[in-house]
Design a protein around this ligand. Sequence first.
Ligand SMILES: Nc1ncnc2c1ncn2[C@@H]1O[C@H](COP(=O)(O)OP(=O)(O)OP(=O)(O)O)[C@@H](O)[C@H]1O
Ligand SMILES: [Mg+2]
Length: 113
Amino acid sequence: MKLITALVQPHRLQKVKDELFKANVTKMTMNNVHGCGQQSGYNETYRGLVHEVNLMPKVRIEIAVNENFVKPAIEAIIKGARTGKIGDGKIFITELAEVVRIRTGEKGNKAIG
Ligand SMILES: Nc1ncnc2c1ncn2[C@@H]1O[C@H](COP(=O)(O)OP(=O)(O)OP(=O)(O)O)[C@@H](O)[C@H]1O
Ligand SMILES: [Mg+2]
């Protein structure tokens, strides 16, 4: 199991969700965050404006998946989020040691999906 954490541009969120749903990835957590990458936020645009503050609005998406969904999920995120410009985002993939569904006590592959 893996935990996929993606930082994407807010205006691409709908496209990312559409692509994830097409790839049958339907469980996710999202929140609004602020961050900066290798430009330290400078020169990135948001709503058509070049921002002078260094922390740019991003959407953080967390998806826990079984191994067979890792590649499709990553491809879907890229397809939905990429514009080719700086600030398009980043995807972090980490090993996920365990998942527990609280209601039933199910664990691992049974709990994740
Ligand atoms: N090394 C990092 N650690 C934690 N968060 C990061 C890291 N790199 C990027 N981020 C997060 O990802 C968001 C998007 O990063 P961004 O797309 O600007 O990456 P980048 O490496 O600067 O690539 P690009 O040159 O395409 O802009 C940042 O605003 C920040 O929230
Ligand atoms: Mg950047």
